[in-house]
Design a protein around this ligand. Structure first.
Ligand SMILES: [Zn+2]
Length: 389
């Protein structure tokens, strides 16, 4: 997978009235998320990428009247919206790690956008509760998550979030803190955050590639990290993020049985009342995918409602995957963008979309994003991330 746009794929896509972009693209257009998690595990490749539609117009910006700008986070839940957008950061101002870092000037632009009016930055537990219960949320509800508990969260991000009264959640792999790895927070720092109202979530013990290890080892990681949270913080978190966004049916079951109420992957898209709460989407933000056009596009995105997604497991048992889904809303102009592989899309009637690849995709993680223009020039978005053995 190289190039930004493959004419042959484009041509095939065009047959069905849509275009495909394949491979890594940067910058322009209805942006994409790319997320390459680091951590202590040995990565199964850094190719986690999403492609972006390069030919679409920039989305309209929020036009709602500005709420009290000083208190963006105290907006009560409740409202008619049935979706929310959750962002994922890792490092702040650690420019030597561009795939997991956000530069401070980019981060400050994000904060400026979120405080510009039109958004409600809410705590993740509140968002999960509201959508799971069907209670509803304000339009453009935003959740902020940070994975891995790097030291720069404490030193760089927290003061800025605090100054803007913005809630956020940190997903912590306990072993890095237990070992006192120098660029991670200490437990003392995490306790300070908790005291200040920051939500802590689980992220396994060793930051393992969970689908790649024995299920008993997965359970042991979950049990050990729960014990450490209890000892250090006095509670066990209720939210979980799969390291690298990698999961399969057994891992999901184990996480659920460990008591987690909701769990997040790293696939792009807006979460909604209809989401799978054991594998919720997030938009990754890093240096490559942290530009303002993409940030605004993601922050304003809406769910693309689908059902009967295949493959049903989040780890591929067959490669190339036979990817397909059924649209719940009309989407005549839907376009899909795989991170790897030459794809052909077939529409079966108005509702069913089937995508086939001309060969196996690379091991690691395979993403596919499907978008269509929704109301108010806001993109409807459905993304999937599959772990590829
Ligand atoms: Zn992580």
């Amino acid at each position: 997978m190289t190039g930004r746009f493959r004419p042959d794929t484009m041509l095939r896509g065009m047959v069905f009235g849509m275009s495909f972009a394949v491979g890594l693209t940067f910058g322009a257009g209805p942006g994409m998320a790319q997320s390459t998690e680091t951590g202590t595990g040995t990565g199964t490749g850094t190719g986690a990428s999403e492609s972006i539609q390069t030919d679409a117009p920039a989305p309209a910006q929020a036009q709602d009247p500005a709420p009290e700008a000083a208190e963006p986070s105290v907006v009560a839940a409740g409202g008619d919206a049935t979706s929310a957008v959750v962002f994922m950061y890792h490092r702040f101002g650690e420019d030597e790690y561009p795939s997991t870092n956000i530069r401070l000037e980019q981060f400050k632009e994000h904060i400026a956008e979120l405080t510009s009016g039109g958004y409600s930055v809410l705590g993740l537990p509140q968002i999960v509760r509201a959508l799971e219960s069907g209670e509803g949320l304000p339009d453009r509800a935003i959740g902020i998550t940070i994975d891995d508990a790097y030291r720069s969260v404490y030193e760089q991000a927290w003061p800025i979030f605090r100054a803007n009264n913005m809630p956020f959640t940190v997903f912590v792999s306990t072993e890095q803190l237990d070992e006192g790895v120098s660029n991670y927070m200490t437990w003392d720092m995490v306790r300070e955050l908790v005291k200040d109202g920051v939500t802590i979530g689980g992220h396994s013990q060793h930051h393992s590639h969970l689908p790649a290890i024995d299920i008993e080892a997965v359970k042991a990681e979950l049990a050990h990290s729960a014990e450490r949270f209890k000892e250090e913080l006095g509670f066990v978190p209720e939210l979980f993020a799969y390291p690298y966004g990698e999961a399969n049916a057994d891992v999901i079951k184990a996480v659920k049985e460990a008591g987690y109420k909701a769990s997040f992957g790293q696939q792009s898209g807006a979460m909604s009342t209809e989401s799978d709460f054991t594998y919720l989407p997030r938009f990754a933000l890093n240096e490559h995918y942290g530009a303002m056009d993409r940030f605004k596009l993601a922050a304003n995105s809406l769910p693309l409602r689908v059902s009967d997604v295949t493959p049903g497991d989040y780890t591929l048992t067959r490669n190339p995957p036979a990817f397909g889904f059924t649209l719940k809303d009309p989407a005549p102009d839907i376009a899909c963008y795989p991170s790897d592989g030459d794809a052909t899309m077939t529409r079966l009637g108005d509702e069913r979309v089937e995508i086939r690849l001309d060969g196996p995709v690379a091991s690691g993680r395979w993403r596919i994003n499907c978008t269509t223009m929704g109301p108010q020039s806001r993109w409807r978005w459905f993304g999937m991330l599959y772990t590829v053995p």
